[in-house]
Design a protein. Structure first.
Length: 149
């Protein structure tokens, strides 16, 4: 086993390509933000036709952790808070976005994320505290323009 428990074997449920039941999210990185978009089938629903809130929190967690990775940090989530404002429907495409709001002593990263509908109305919000455990290679983030990692 690796000394770093936070290593990547490409089997992440949210973004790994090796996980046959994973979401396989891909990201777009800008100077200030990280984006993804997704469309989930009804297998991910809670209420009829509505994506489960835990899955939505997972997606917001993933964009927040990857926003930190885009800035060179391995930073797993220590605390996350989510607020579901309106339903996210299965079978519809939604963007998710995250940004870093603060970094304390290169050890604690504060982030926020949201998922919006096609009209740009926010459906859910999240904030997180991430603990820096090492340095990340931003080139290893699974982006929209990659063909093979």
């Amino acid at each position: 086993m690796s000394d770093n428990v936070f290593s990547d074997d490409d089997y992440c449920f949210a973004c790994g390509t090796g996980n046959p039941i994973g979401l396989k999210l891909r990201f777009t990185i800008t100077e200030e933000r990280l984006y993804t978009d997704f469309c989930l089938p009804k297998e991910y629903q809670g209420w009829t036709g509505v994506v489960h809130g835990g899955i939505l929190t997972l997606i917001m967690d993933e964009v927040q952790v990857n926003a930190a990775a885009a800035k060179g940090y391995i930073a797993p989530t220590a605390e996350i808070t989510s607020r579901i404002i309106r339903p996210v429907m299965a079978g519809a495409r939604y963007p998710a976005e995250a940004r870093i709001t603060d970094i304390k002593r290169e050890r604690l990263i504060f982030t926020e994320a949201f998922i919006a509908d096609e009209a740009g109305e926010v459906c859910c919000r999240s904030s997180a505290r991430l603990i820096v455990t090492g340095k990340a290679d931003p080139g290893q983030i699974r982006t929209n323009n990659e063909t093979h990692r």
